[in-house]
Design a protein around this ligand. Structure first.
Ligand SMILES: NC(=O)c1ccc[n+]([C@@H]2O[C@H](COP(=O)([O-])OP(=O)(O)OC[C@H]3O[C@@H](n4cnc5c(N)ncnc54)[C@H](OP(=O)(O)O)[C@@H]3O)[C@@H](O)[C@H]2O)c1
Length: 317
């Protein structure tokens, strides 16, 4: 009797200690740096693609709080209006607006830029945040969905707004990528690769890195700097694109290992405002610091080749 009760006590104690240790390890794994640069952005204009959800919305709140004029560029007007109301309240800033943009449609990108350039005198910070996760689909212009939205859409958008960015110098282009870039390489014979969903996403995120490098190089001495940001693994709404079963499964993993959107936005904000970051134009950033890429992802020749191929695909060349 005595033996059973002390065994039970030991079992309970063991369970409590193990749970506490697991909790502390998970908490430590999720620890991230906050952007400590408190620079204000009064008088500056910021465009954030996909600013109606996830990391984009948190970035919008953070930059609105610093006094910027924030324009979220979104494809769904209802979601955008709801997000604008929330960003205004949370950012204590009424200078928050939305404009329609569908990155899966080149016509929509051209219309967005035309309207933006007519209406807005400045563009100080462009945040290429929107993305499609690992899905197999095609854009309006017959590009693979991930490559088309995540890379080509932002490539065209940035190029059409580059003049205004130069006029507003010093200005910045922050492009969201993902550390999963390392699982794939680009195949120039098949840039629109659309076979395994996860790999299409990885390739598009690798393209985001080459894009930032080449943009950084091209804009050297012109007052426009470029940054590629891996925000960490973040509890955002990317799972909305999948079945309910997948979402339920991933929710548990996300809860345990992924960080909240506010934390995911920190490196984006850091690259948007920090003087320290500005010393590393074209660089890759994680956790509010420049980070080394795998050697193949630092290949300036590939970055240039991708830039030229992208110009042909979006008919800029
Ligand atoms: N979450 C992570 O763990 C993680 C990890 C590494 C990198 N990232 C990167 O971080 C960025 C933000 O991701 P997130 O996790 O915040 O994703 P999210 O919650 O799914 O938000 C994505 C945003 O992109 C918009 N979007 C998608 N397709 C679009 C299109 N064709 N035109 C315009 N907007 C479009 C979405 O609009 P709708 O609401 O209309 O769909 C949404 O606002 C992405 O570039 C992603 O690759 C995220």
């Amino acid at each position: 009797m005595w033996l059973t009760s002390s065994l039970a006590k030991m079992y309970i104690l063991f369970t409590i200690i193990t749970s506490l240790v697991c909790y502390l390890i998970l908490k430590w794994m999720k620890m991230r740096r906050y952007c400590t640069d408190l620079k204000r952005l009064d008088g500056k204009t910021v465009v954030i693609t996909g600013g109606n959800a996830g990391i984009g919305k948190e970035t919008a709140v953070a930059l609105a709080t610093r006094g910027a004029r924030v324009i979220i560029a979104c494809r769904d007007v209802d979601k955008a209006e709801k997000a604008v109301r929330e960003i205004k309240i949370r950012g204590h800033n009424v200078n928050v607006h939305h404009m329609e943009l569908d990155l899966a449609n080149m016509r929509s990108i051209q219309d967005f830029c035309k309207t933006f350039l007519q209406r807005e005198k400045r563009l100080d910070i462009l945040i290429n945040n929107a993305a499609m996760p690992s899905v197999l689909d095609w854009t309006e212009d017959n590009f693979s969905m991930c490559f088309g939205v995540n890379h080509l859409g932002h490539f065209l958008l940035t190029n059409l707004l580059l003049g205004r960015l130069k006029d507003s110098a010093p200005s910045r282009v922050v492009t969201l990528t993902c550390s999963n870039y390392k699982y794939q390489k680009l195949d120039f014979q098949d840039l629109n690769y659309n076979l395994l969903p996860f790999f299409t996403y990885c390739r598009s995120k690798l393209a985001n890195i080459y894009f930032s490098q080449e943009l950084g190089r091209m804009m050297e001495g012109k007052g426009v700097t470029a940054y590629a940001v891996h925000p960490g693994y973040v509890q955002s709404s990317w799972t909305d694109h999948y079945s309910i079963l997948f979402r339920m499964l991933v929710q548990v993993i996300m809860f345990m290992f992924f960080v909240p959107c506010e934390m995911g936005a920190q490196t984006v904000v850091y690259c948007a405002v920090s003087d320290e970051a500005a010393k590393h134009s074209g660089g890759y950033f994680t956790d509010c610091q420049p980070t080394t890429l795998r050697p193949f992802a630092r290949d300036a020749g590939v970055a240039k080749k991708l830039w030229e191929a992208s110009e042909r695909l979006v008919k800029l060349a």
